[in-house]
Design a protein around this ligand. Structure first.
Ligand code: 13P
Length: 335
């Protein structure tokens, strides 16, 4: 029996130089909205065809270290009858799985949400590991409003993230811990930085209490960025400075990698901000790379249109964006 890599080895492999993660873990309802918005019918087969286009794109294995799948995809076979998980693993791309069950209203708060999915999680992790997953993802969501996120919302979500992370490590999976402060709102960059700091502090407190191995996990945060409706949008350099300042204050250097979400930034902005972060000449004890969903997929999805004849065009656009983001993860993107 070959021995499996350790958690720390898997975490480091996911963020090896110039590599990031493709988040292709949209739930059936989310991917259905994205397909329908482009006039594409959403069926188990069209969703499989779309994901297979991305996973089998030529020459991506040097750019994409891992792919996050969701429950439907991890059980699907490719058009040639190979499980999609094996297609990825065979190319040296590590398969992962989204395991949270989405958000519900948080009792005791007005308008805030809690991520659910802890019930039965040990057994689900066991099953996903047997299906080939080597890492997992759980997303907590925080919205910036007057007086929010509340301390209660931060603590409740941070505690759930810690319970998830420690269960993953018990089951031999690397947890990606994703606390997302949403871009929604008209707040300035400084407010996002402040909230992101409070959230990260709460999350690492709970991870510490739960004795999560920091070496065997990855953090997936938002960048510190202006709100979507802010009258003035901070520049890439300002985003980079604020993001690194808040991460330096709250993320222990034992964490091997920070993999940003794109969170609604368009694909060029997501590339440029990541590049600016890596170009900044300050201390950076972790790898800083991408775990993008929309920013990596949007161009390819647009080109595909649900038609087999467009697969090469979709793959080429996906490869190009992954190549740009890979360069940005090294601070070498040149527009
Ligand atoms: P976006 O990059 O589209 O924000 O998706 C990343 C993700 O995994 C959200 O949970």
């Amino acid at each position: 029996m070959p021995t499996l890599p350790t958690l720390a080895e898997t975490a480091r492999a996911l963020v090896a130089d110039g590599k990031g993660i493709l988040a292709a873990d949209e739930t059936v309802s989310t991917i259905t909205k994205r397909l329908k918005a482009r006039g594409i019918e959403s069926t188990a087969d069209s969703r499989r065809a779309y994901r297979e286009m991305l996973f089998s794109a030529p020459d991506i294995a040097g750019l994409i270290g891992g792919v996050i799948l969701q429950d439907e995809t991890i059980r699907q076979d490719s058009s040639t009858g190979i499980p999609l998980v094996d297609l990825l693993a065979g190319r040296g791309i590590i398969p992962g799985i989204k395991v949270d069950a989405g958000v519900r209203p948080l009792a005791g708060s007005s308008g805030e949400v809690i991520t659910e999915g802890l019930d039965g999680l040990r057994e689900r992790l066991e099953e996903y590991r047997d299906l080939g997953a080597r890492f997992a993802k759980w997303r907590a969501v925080f919205t910036i409003r007057d007086g929010q996120p509340s301390e209660w919302c931060i603590r409740a979500n941070a505690n759930a993230l810690a319970r998830y992370a420690v269960l993953c490590q018990e089951q031999g999976l690397v947890p990606i811990v994703e606390p997302e402060v949403l871009m929604d709102g008209a707040h300035a960059l400084e407010r996002c930085e402040e909230v992101t700091g409070r959230v990260l502090r709460g999350v690492f407190d709970e991870l510490y209490v739960a004795r999560v191995s920091l070496e065997g996990m990855l953090l997936k945060p938002n960048m510190a960025i202006s709100g979507q409706d802010a009258p003035r949008k901070a520049s890439a350099r300002e985003v980079a400075e604020a993001t690194l300042r808040v991460l330096m204050r709250h993320v222990p250097p034992a964490v091997p990698g920070i993999v940003f979400l794109s969170g609604g930034q368009d694909h060029v902005q997501a590339t440029e901000n990541l590049n600016a972060i890596n170009q900044l000449e300050v201390q950076k004890p972790w790898k800083l790379t991408f775990s993008y969903g929309r920013a990596l997929q949007d161009e390819a999805l647009q080109a595909w249109q649900g038609r087999a004849e467009n697969v090469p065009a979709g793959q080429q656009l996906f490869h190009h964006r992954a190549w740009c983001d890979s360069a940005a993860a090294l601070g070498r993107y040149r527009g």
